[in-house]
Design a protein around this ligand. Structure first.
Ligand SMILES: Cc1cc2nc3c(=O)[nH]c(=O)nc-3n(C[C@H](O)[C@H](O)[C@H](O)COP(=O)(O)O)c2cc1C
Length: 205
C-alpha cells in the first residue's frame, strides 16, 4: 500500500499498534525499542534527504534494475520505486522505529548476532497487523544509510533505525499483491529440499 488518503490516523490507532508491537518477544527481555512519530513536515524532508531516499521513475533505469526478476516481483518494484520519497513526505503518518542492536550486528558471525534486528521485525509485524485491523496500512522503507538520519532524530550512536514507516488509509483501489499459497513447497521434512518459486499464488486479503 503506497498511496495514501489524506485522512489523518487517530492517535489511538497508532497507540494500539505500538501496544501490539510491545507484545512481541524481545530476545533479551529488555524491549530496547522506540517508535518516533514524525509530526514536523520539514523534518520529513530532511529525513528523506539524510536517508538518501529518492523516487526512481526513469523507465529505463527501472527496466534495467529489475530485468532479472520474475514478472510479479518486477511489477511490484515498478510500482514501488517511483513512490519511495513521496510516501515519506506525504503519508498522513510517519513512524521511525528504532532499536538497540546487539554487539556484532554489523559483522555477524551467526544468526544470533542479529537477534535484536529479528526481534524488532517481529514487533513491526505485530504493529502492521494491528494497523491493518483498523484499515490503516504502512510500507516499511529501510534506509540504505542511517548515520545522518540518526543524528537528525537524536538517536544515540549505539541505537539504529529499523525502518521508516509511512502509513495511512489507502487512496484509490488497493492492489493486493499475490502471495504463495502452496504450503507443501515450503514445508520440508528432515532435510531442506531446496527452493523454487511457487507456481500457485493467491491474492491476499
Ligand atoms: C525487510 C523489508 C524491507 C522492505 N523495504 C521496502 C522498501 O524499501 N520500499 C518499499 O516500498 N517497500 C519495502 N518493503 C515492503 C514490501 O515491498 C511489501 O511488503 C511488499 O510490497 C509486499 O506487500 P504485501 O504484503 O501487500 O504483499 C519491505 C518489506 C520488508 C519486509
Amino acid at each position: 500500500m503506497r498511496t495514501f488518503d489524506e485522512r489523518p490516523v487517530a492517535a489511538g490507532i497508532v497507540k494500539k499498534a505500538i501496544r501490539a508491537a510491545l507484545r512481541a518477544p524481545a530476545y533479551n527481555h529488555l524491549w530496547e525499542w522506540g517508535f518516533i512519530q514524525i509530526h514536523d513536515r520539514s523534518l520529513r524532508t530532511s529525513l528523506a534527504d539524510a536517508a538518501g531516499l529518492e523516487d526512481v521513475s526513469d523507465p529505463d533505469i527501472l527496466a534495467t534494475k529489475f530485468a532479472s526478476l520474475p514478472t510479479e516481483a518486477r511489477q511490484i518494484y515498478l510500482r514501488a520505486l517511483p513512490l519511495q520519497r513521496t510516501m515519506v513526505l506525504t503519508a498522513p503518518g510517519l513512524l521511525v522505529p528504532v532499536y538497540r542492536p546487539k554487539r556484532g550486528e554489523r559483522a555477524p558471525e551467526g544468526p544470533a548476532d542479529l537477534n535484536a534486528y529479528a526481534a524488532i521485525w517481529i514487533a513491526l509485524g505485530y504493529l502492521l497487523l494491528s494497523l491493518a485491523e483498523d484499515g490503516v496500512y504502512g510500507c516499511t522503507i529501510i534506509p540504505g544509510r542511517s548515520s545522518e538520519a540518526r543524528h537528525l532524530l537524536g538517536i544515540p550512536e549505539d541505537w539504529e533505525i529499523a525502518t521508516l514507516l509511512p502509513f495511512g488509509y489507502p487512496r484509490g483501489r488497493v492492489v493486493r499483491n499475490e502471495h504463495p499459497s502452496d504450503v507443501d513447497a515450503f514445508l520440508h521434512v528432515d532435510k531442506f529440499r531446496g527452493f523454487s518459486l511457487p507456481t500457485t499464488v493467491e491474492p491476499m486479503g
